[in-house]
Design a protein around this ligand. Structure first.
Ligand code: ATP
Length: 252
């Protein structure tokens, strides 16, 4: 069953396409990796799923009309200079339930401590986020996702700048989310991580090169095709209009 369905999706910045004519389905309860060369449109696709980037052409449909999602942007795009405590950042995970003006209950505070313990940061609640290492901060953001309790989790390069031990711990958490039936969609560059932890893969090179079970997508031929396309593309090309949906899914 599909959690999110893309139909002939084109995304653009100032009318220059970042992603075009992509069709496919993110299967519910499945981990899907989005891979591809730099500039392939992977982050743009995640942003479109969250609603941060409008769809230029085509459509994105969600099985759950509430569109309840947790989204982790790239670490590099997060400003950590604010004097905010770890506890407050994790508490933001309750925002959907509490709204802007709701008070924090004792139960919610306990959930924060529990989430921090789950990611190995017991006792870190009072620390300011600026005092954490990149890996520790990524653990904080994962604990916030725990509180968000979302059926769809979107992760943009969650392991960039994160050490091997933290990566292994967070990959275990992703696997746990999948066992709980959540749909996890992550942008990744490490094919070993993708092969070992992600059931499906979307190989993007502005267009969709392949979409399906990871072992069928990450083939030398597909990867070569993606790299060849990356060498050819022109960043300031205009949006092309193509009415026939391109669906290169290799899934059954
Ligand atoms: N805010 C923006 N304004 C204009 N163009 C953008 C913007 N963000 C991305 N782009 C362009 O859209 C294209 C796709 O970028 P995107 O960041 O989605 O690629 P990516 O596959 O995530 O790349 P990487 O692996 O380097 O993170 C690129 O050509 C990029 O220059």
């Amino acid at each position: 069953m599909s959690a999110v369905t893309l139909e002939n999706v084109t995304l653009a910045y100032y009318r220059h396409p970042a992603v075009h004519h992509v069709s496919g389905q993110f299967r519910q309860g499945v981990t899907t990796a989005i891979v591809g060369p730099n500039g392939a449109g992977k982050s743009s696709l995640l942003k479109a799923l969250v609603g941060l980037l409008p769809v230029q052409h085509g459509s994105i449909r969600f099985a759950d009309p509430s569109r309840h999602m947790a989204y982790l942007p790239q670490l590099a795009n997060i400003d950590r200079s604010f004097p905010v405590s770890v506890r407050d950042v994790v508490l933001l995970g309750h925002w959907r339930k509490r709204g802007w003006f709701g008070g924090v209950s004792q139960a919610e505070r306990e959930q924060v401590e529990q989430a921090l313990a789950t990611v190995g940061l017991e006792g870190f609640g009072d620390r300011s986020i600026g005092s954490l290492s990149s890996g520790q901060f990524q653990r904080v953001l994962f604990s916030r996702i725990l509180l968000q309790d979302a059926p769809i989790i979107l992760l943009d390069e969650p392991f960039t700048g994160v050490d091997a031990r933290t990566t292994a711990d967070l990959l275990r958490l992703i696997q746990h989310w999948q066992h709980e039936g959540r749909t996890v969609i992550g942008v990744l560059h490490d094919f070993d991580q993708v092969r070992s932890h992600f059931m499906d893969t979307v190989l993007l090179a502005k267009e969709c090169i392949a979409w399906g079970p990871t072992h069928e997508v990450l083939t030398p031929a597909s990867l070569q095709r993606a790299n060849a396309m990356a060498e050819r593309w022109v960043d300031d090309a205009p949006v092309c209009h193509r009415d026939d949906p391109v669906n290169q899914s290799v899934a059954a």
